[in-house]
Design a protein around this ligand. Structure first.
Ligand code: PLP
Length: 423
């Protein structure tokens, strides 16, 4: 019996949609729209679920901050024992502020780390640098020496494994910019061993995002394991294996049991690592936060062009760019259920781009101007990919925790937006 709740923390109560037990129409009244709403309990339940699959394995969950970098969410996950996977000095600053106790559980990924970012991470005493090139290794060595520190490193290897996902979020092929070719790894570790201030302590891999089958994870762990064994044979003390993130979710309506898919994923990784004496690092992003969040938006207008219906919402691609960027699918639900006929419509925002849509040719009960709809699974790569395009302020965010609603980011003002500009 799974203790995991349904894939989403949503329910209709008296025909009104709730998220994490909070009535979405009341939240819209109080905080305005567009509004991101997250159910904290869903995030922590997922972290616990993932952790429970690895209880017998020495491991740390390093939440990938870029999926949703809200300070309140980082604090929440830090309190639940997570470390963090960061990709910039800015994300390091977020962890420092929200969860300073977790700095010793931070891994730093990214192909273009700058000297100041390395310095900040060395001073903060992070766990591991995931180094993506020999050139970066040389700079890191120089920074560590200058600061009198030792940088624990894992080379991020590219296992040349194809993961079936959108091309923009696939990273594990040799044609991608990420990591170093696994075939060159041993030579680069030899170079690393000769550099001052560098402790080659691990190997890391990350093959992409929104990966829905376990085979690519199994295959890449198998290849990385072989490398770890070779490196150990070469005399290296490899203590960490970072298996990356990328574990996907079901964005559609197909019935899916997150507990079962976590079990399959964990099995694949555990089998690949059996009897290997390393501390496992995992970098889940999307899986922990995507389904905990909705983007709540109000319908401004409806209209017909030719034989197409359009539902125009006050949220736009600057608030949630996934459909425009990845042709991503998001389910959309009315906040108040009505007994109305189905209609096929495009759900679009006010931004001046034809790519500004949330759904195309979507069949749903008719919605009318003034009504609210919820765009589902918007907790990951939603607000974190948002922008000011069309000079639109970014949405507010609220966190619902055990029924209590808390504003975690106020809506920006036009002054916030214009403040950095000079003329
Ligand atoms: C983006 C990223 C992740 C998280 O990916 P998800 O698909 O959100 O789990 C983990 N590790 C690295 C290096 C990343 O770039």
């Amino acid at each position: 019996m799974s203790t995991f709740p349904s894939p989403r923390p949503l329910a209709y109560v008296a025909e009104k949609l709730q998220c994490g037990g909070a009535d979405l129409s009341e939240l819209a009244e109080e905080y305005g729209t567009p509004l991101y709403v997250y159910a904290a309990d869903d995030v922590t339940t997922r972290a616990a679920l993932l952790r429970s699959e690895f209880v017998a394995t020495a491991h740390t969950l390093c939440y990938a901050v870029k999926a949703n970098s809200a300070l309140a969410i980082l604090k929440l996950l830090g309190e639940h024992g997570c470390g963090f996977d960061i990709v910039s000095g800015g994300e390091l600053e977020r962890v420092k502020r929200a969860s300073p106790g977790a700095l010793s559980k931070v891994v730093f990924s990214g192909v273009g780390k700058q000297a100041w970012e390395m310095d900040a991470a060395l001073e903060a005493g992070i766990l591991l640098f995931n180094v993506e090139s020999q050139a970066e290794l040389e700079v890191l060595s120089a920074r560590a020496v200058a600061l009198g520190k030792v940088a624990r490193i894992a080379m991020r290897v590219n296992p040349d494994v194809f993961a079936e996902t959108h091309p923009y979020i696939s990273t594990g092929l040799s044609s991608h910019k990420f990591g170093i070719a696994i075939a060159n790894a041993r030579a680069i570790y030899q170079r690393a061993a000769a550099l001052p201030g560098i402790d080659p302590a691990g190997v890391s891999v990350h093959i992409g995002s929104q990966i829905r089958s376990v085979e690519p994870f199994a295959e890449s762990v198998k290849r990385v394991r072989r490398l770890v064994e070779e490196l150990s044979g070469d005399g290296f003390d490899i203590r960490y294996l970072d298996a990356g993130g990328g574990f996907g979710i079901e964005y559609g309506t197909a019935s899916s049991d997150p507990a079962q898919s976590v079990r399959d994923y964990a099995n694949a990784i555990r089998e690949g690592l059996a009897n290997l004496k390393v501390h496992l690092l995992l970098e889940p992003g999307r899986f922990l936060v995507a389904q905990a969040g909705v983007l709540l938006t109000r319908v401004l207008y409806t209209k017909q062009n030719g034989d197409k219906n359009f539902v125009i919402t006050d949220a736009a691609m600057n608030d949630l760019i996934r459909p425009a960027l990845y042709q991503a699918h998001h389910e959309i639900l009315p906040v108040e259920k009505h007994d109305r006929a189905e209609q096929t419509s495009d759900f679009v925002g006010p931004v001046c781009e034809s790519a500004d849509f949330f759904a195309r040719d979507r069949s749903a009960p008719e919605v009318r101007a003034g009504e609210l709809v919820a765009i589902l699974d918007a907790g990951a790569y939603g607000i974190s990919l948002s922008s000011h395009y069309n000079t639109r302020v970014r949405p507010a965010e609220v966190l619902v925790e055990s029924g209590q609603v808390r504003l975690i980011r106020r809506r920006e003002s036009m002054n916030d937006l214009l403040a950095p500009e000079l003329f």
